[in-house]
Ligand binder design. Structure first.
Ligand code: F58
Length: 805
């Protein structure tokens, strides 16, 4: 394939794969033709990678995740295959705008936020490192909902990425498994046998995940739910048209839509079905591969490392025990030990309401054999602990976190602070019983997408300065250190940022009709809307600042553009109120002629991976202001630091480690620590005290209460104000003054352009540790016990006909 030039290949695909021709082709046709032409360049390496894995009998990583927030695939493939120049030339030669063609691709939004994006970064790093791996998840027909605003309020509509031709996936007609639900367990020949009542087919769809330089590609295998039997012709012929199609519709429901909830999924039977559906199909596939390759079942842990991304696939424990014990006659204790040898579990939250629990009744009716096995696993575990202090069930519920913990040989947190808190809080007792089980693997992000591809100006400068080794060895960014005092480098650094900001300003004007000054500070908070992430703290500061500017319009203000983006779970009323408040405040502040030279507030709709790629390279200040102890890690924080936006933040999640690395002087720290938060909550009237002590805070709240931002409905935000001045669980008021002060420190620093560019460049130079390559190496050594399979890969790079071809 490599001998065919890209332009020829695009034209061939346009003609022969799409049946279109250059005169009539739409942007979409060109984009698909380009995708297929690029895809041709990676298929052989993809196959070579799996042949190399089989040839050496390598252990594989299986990453089980309900979510893979992969975003656009075409640009990623072009960048990783180093086809940028070729693609650019081919497209311009065809009279097309390369940017428009690339941006024609819809995001694959198969995730809610950080957890799903982490899975996508991990898949890319596994391929870059040459580690044999499969990602397993669900091929949702509809990803995360699309967000728009109506009078400032969030409106959700269905997302439909799959209505377009999806150039990157392959349906595997030969990989399908029957999955059962419900029914009963009966004794047959002295053995319990589960007879499911309802069944659906899990159909595999594969997407190649290409690593840096295309040296290795792994597979993302997503399951789609399909009916077991086709269409019911008898019923149709009897005139029962709807009924004839019913079984199909019902079966497909399972992979129809991604749950958008940020809270517990209790009582949602469909969610439990989704979890079991993809987990069980994946395990079936893993065992099929293992058995095809041969080996004693007890050796499964030597060949398969199965990582559970949160508790959503925690049913893997009992299911694997069932497959080994019930279906393959391994003694129960050995089955439990074998399953544990394979399984490990990543925790992403300490918030009690987000820890999954399923009612025992639901579990019994949907998965009767699993409920029995959970009881057996619980009993076996209880026998090991004299105090019997931990139980997998209680109050009529199955505790999925505890189940995942007990069935895993390693359990990890996602930042140093989070892991420490896991040991002290949610898993304190289990940690005491199994002191070696919990390990920390601080999150990371892939530098290919989040720096090389998203920020070509900065990555070009870095490559010109230190060479391109940093792309897959991000700690080489340290080599920028001597340049941090070189005025020519700093000028170029600042020029790259300024150009990114000018591009963003143009886009904001063209797409959203807002004018912003590219020399203002771009202050950005983009993430899910949640009380603990405290977007309301940010907007309160904006209101207070606006009041201060109005009181002294001649003052020496540092111009700011506050940019927000993020979705609220459809059922999370308070989060939706925060969105509306920010939009209402923006409308008033942006149209105030007295202040709008200095302050603008923008809430961009429909936050997704592509929007993040646009915003982060153009940001000056990164808002990471969660209540300490609540954000497990954060990964956006790393992307901003890497792209030269210093953080204003609390000592929470990975902020702590970012600050340790970039240096305290290059980080605007504020707020209570996790310990202080606990103590403060115990103070009676803590919010009222904080409000009384800070006239800026009371002024901002007063402005909201009196309807300044909701003139036709003065009481609109009564609930928000009551929450903040009452329980204020997330301590917005108690942290306000410290936040205000930190913002003014940021203003002062920004006003000194030389100091600011040094601070920004320092963030880039010192963030190399936050690569997901480093994180994956940690999992490989501490949890999975796998090694990379790189030998033969350079041959795999050869055209067909080479030794591996
Ligand atoms: C996030 N969790 C953490 N959950 O909040 C964040 O601190 C961390 O950096 C990230 O994981 C990666 O470790 C998260 O994104 C979800 O989106 C769940 C999806 C399923 C429903 C419950 C929330």
């Amino acid at each position: 394939m490599t001998d065919v030039d890209l332009r020829t290949s695009i034209l061939r695909h346009l003609t022969y794969s799409l049946g279109s021709d250059a005169d009539h082709a739409t942007q979409h046709d060109w984009r698909i033709a380009l995708s297929l032409a690029v895809r041709d360049r990676l298929i052989e390496n993809w196959h070579a990678a799996s042949r190399a894995t089989r040839a050496v009998g390598a252990k594989r990583v299986y990453y089980l995740s309900m979510e893979f927030l992969i975003g656009r695939l075409l640009e990623d493939a072009i960048v990783n295959l180093r086809l940028e120049d070729e693609a650019q030339q081919a497209l311009t030669g065809l009279g097309l705008d390369p940017v428009a063609v690339i941006q024609d691709e819809p995001d694959a939004a198969l995730g809610n936020g950080g957890l799903g994006r982490l899975a996508a970064c991990f898949m890319e790093s596994l391929s870059t490192l040459g580690v044999p791996a499969f990602g397993y998840g669900i091929r949702y027909e509809h990803g995360l909902f699309r967000q728009s605003f109506e009078e400032g309020r969030q409106i959700e509509t269905a997302e439909d990425w799959l209505t377009q031709y999806h150039a990157w996936e392959f349906e595997r007609r030969d990989v399908r498994f029957k999955m059962c639900f419900g029914g009963e367990v009966v004794e047959e020949g002295g053995k319990p046998v589960w007879h499911g009542q309802e069944a659906v087919m899990a159909q595999a769809y594969d997407t190649p995940v290409i690593g840096w330089r295309g040296r290795w590609a792994n597979t993302l295998r997503l399951w789609s739910a399909q009916p077991l039997h086709g269409f019911d012709l008898d019923r149709f012929n009897r005139g029962e048209y709807a009924a004839a199609a019913e079984p199909e519709a019902l079966a497909r429901t399972i992979s129809r839509v991604l749950y958008p909830d940020d809270t517990t999924e209790q009582g949602k039977e469909l969610r439990l079905k989704q979890e079991y559906f993809f987990t069980a199909a994946s395990l079936r596939d893993i065992l099929r591969r293992f058995e095809a390759e041969g080996g004693a079942l007890t050796d499964l842990p030597k060949r398969a490392a199965i990582q559970l991304n949160d508790t959503h696939p925690a049913i893997a424990g009992p299911e694997l025990v069932r497959l080994l014990h019930d279906e393959r006659e391994m003694p129960l204790d050995q089955a439990i030990a074998t399953a544990r040898g394979c399984l490990s579990y990543t925790n992403h939250t300490l918030m009690p309401e987000a820890l999954e629990r399923w009612s025992e009744d639901l579990m019994t009716s949907l998965l009767p054999r699993h409920m029995q096995l959970i009881e057996r696993i619980d009993a076996a575990h209880a026998a090991e602990q004299p105090s019997r202090s931990v139980s997998l069930t209680g109050d009529g519920e199955v505790r999925m976190g505890e189940l995942a913990f007990v069935m895993a040989h390693k359990v990890n947190g996602v930042s140093a602070l989070h892991t420490d808190l896991m040991k002290k809080t949610v898993f304190a007792e289990l940690h005491r019983l199994h002191p070696d089980r919990i390990v920390n693997e601080t999150n990371g992000v892939t530098p290919r997408r989040w720096l090389l591809s998203a920020n070509p100006r900065l990555s070009g400068l870095i490559t010109r300065t230190i060479g391109e080794g940093w792309v897959d060895d991000l700690e080489q960014l340290e080599r920028l250190e001597p340049s941090l005092t070189d005025p020519a480098f700093l000028d170029a650094y600042a020029a790259a940022k300024r150009a990114n900001k000018a591009d963003l300003a143009d886009w904001l004007a063209a797409e959203h009709g807002v004018q912003v000054d590219p020399d203002a500070m771009f202050d950005v908070q983009i993430k899910r809307i949640h009380e603990y992430k405290r977007q309301h703290l940010n907007i309160l500061e904006a209101i207070a600042l606006w009041r201060d500017i109005k009181a002294n319009p001649q003052g020496n203000w540092v111009p700011r553009v506050k940019i927000f983006a993020g979705k609220a779970a459809p059922g999370y009323f308070f989060a939706k109120e925060i969105i509306r408040l920010i939009n209402d405040v923006a409308a008033v502040i942006n149209s105030d002629p007295e202040t709008n030279r200095y302050l603008k507030v923008i809430f961009l709709p429909n936050y997704n991976v592509s929007l993040a790629e646009r915003l982060i390279p153009a940001s000056d200040l990164s808002e990471q202001i969660s209540t300490a102890g609540k954000e497990a890690s954060g990964t956006g924080n790393m992307k901003f630091a890497l792209n030269g936006a210093p953080t204003i933040g609390t000592l929470d999640g990975a902020n702590v480690e970012i600050r340790d690395r970039v240096g305290a002087r290059n980080f605007f720290l504020f707020g209570m620590t996790a310990d202080e938060v606990e103590a403060r909550r115990a103070v009676p009237e803590h919010a009222a005290q904080a409000i009384a002590a800070d006239p800026r805070l009371s002024g901002a709240l007063m402005e909201i209460s009196r309807g300044t931002f909701s003139r036709r409905d003065r009481h609109r935000y009564r609930g928000v104000v009551a929450n903040l001045s009452g329980a204020d669980y997330f301590l917005v008021c108690s942290d306000f003054t410290a936040y205000w002060d930190a913002q003014r420190r940021a203003d002062a620093a920004f006003a000194d352009a030389d100091a600011w560019r040094r601070m920004a460049a320092c963030n880039t130079a010192r963030s190399g540790w936050f690569s997901s390559d480093r994180t994956i190496r940690g999992y490989m050594a501490d949890i999975w016990d796998v090694v990379a399979v790189r030998s033969g890969l350079d041959e795999a790079m050869q055209p067909p006909g080479s030794s591996l071809g």
